[in-house]
Design a protein around this ligand. Structure first.
Ligand code: AMP
Length: 308
């Protein structure tokens, strides 16, 4: 097993100013697994669904190397459901509905063959559940964690305990500010890194992402897209591409993290081009390589500083 991911596997209802999707397959672990499957072939997914979750989607995940031995299917129960509406700028959204359903019963038990996974991705979930996964992995080389404002409001102490145990935390800019109590993202990063992680990734939607270590910062742009259809799952897709690339290259240097950020951003840009996971199911490694090149071209410039 190269990577173990815990997170939601869900149905989403999505409304954007340009269209809507009634009931599409989503969930953080779905996006993460699909994105990382472009780089890895032994992936473990830990989650829970109801018996309403489509079997063909499970087959599709299996076909991409995702081992579902850690996905519990609860008979007679419904899968996690989330509904959201995006604002005109698409960088912000309102949650219209969250039905936890089977998530209330999620008590993650890692199958034996998941426990020695060198890479672990803790998707956005109750920090107590994230901690239970960490308790069961034997000696991971790298742990990446995602979270959201909801847990900062409702379970801050548990959240801080998990943050102290991970190598890389991924949050968006508003969450970095909330978690640190600092408006400046530089000050926020310093405070968050002091909580334990070695690196912090701050996602800024269509304005790119920042990577902070104790003494270095890197900025990756987002690709200007002609049409953004649905940003749902972009953050998770980013995280999946990011950790997938790191697990494939097994190099955790700052310079390689920079490459991983670009790969994650490239994958996230695809995710936004259609509703749900649809676009991720269409693309190939070649498409990803081509898009990474577009990122390189986007920020490539030459300058000779003029002397006085
Ligand atoms: P993202 O757009 O990357 O933040 O992630 C969107 C995905 O997160 C959707 O597919 C939802 O099913 C899932 N999601 C929404 N709310 C929650 C929540 N409270 N906990 C866990 N997953 C969630």
């Amino acid at each position: 097993m190269q990577l173990v991911t815990v997170g939601t596997v869900a149905f989403d209802r999505i409304e954007t100013p340009f269209g809507k999707a009634d009931k599409v397959v989503g969930g953080a672990a779905t996006y993460i697994s699909l994105a990382s499957s472009f780089f890895l072939d032994k992936l473990g997914l830990v989650s829970v669904v109801g018996d309403d979750f489509p079997k063909d989607m499970m087959d599709l995940l299996r076909g991409r190397g995702v081992d579902l031995a850690g996905l519990e299917v609860l008979q007679g129960k419904e899968s996690f459901f989330w509904a959201g509406r995006y604002h005109y700028d698409m960088n912000s959204r309102d949650t219209l509905e969250t039905r936890l359903n089977v998530l209330l019963d999620l008590d993650p038990k890692l199958p034996e063959h998941f426990k020695a996974a060198p890479y672990v991705l803790l998707g956005n979930l109750d920090p107590k559940v994230q901690a239970k996964v960490l308790d069961q992995v034997t000696d991971p080389a790298l742990v990446v964690m995602d979270t959201m404002n909801f847990w900062m409001d409702s379970a801050l102490e548990d959240l801080k305990k998990v943050i102290a145990r991970v190598d890389i935390l991924c949050v968006n800019d508003a969450e970095a500010r909330q978690l640190s109590g600092e408006h400046s993202l530089v000050k926020a990063a310093n405070k968050i890194l002091a909580m334990g992680p070695k690196y912090l990734v701050v996602k800024k939607g269509e304005h790119g992402a920042l990577l902070f270590s104790e003494d270095r910062v890197f900025f990756a742009p987002a690709l200007p897209l002609e049409d953004i259809i649905d940003p749902t799952g972009a953050g998770d897709t980013f995280a999946g591409g990011f950790i997938g690339y790191l697990a494939r290259t097994q190099d955790h240097s700052f310079d390689n993290l920079k490459r991983a950020i670009i790969v994650g951003s490239a994958l996230a840009s695809f995710c936004c081009e259609k509703f749900g996971v649809e676009r991720l199911l269409q693309i190939t490694r070649e498409d990803i390589d081509h898009r990474v090149q577009q990122f390189i071209d986007l920020v490539d410039f030459d300058i000779e500083l003029v002397e006085d």
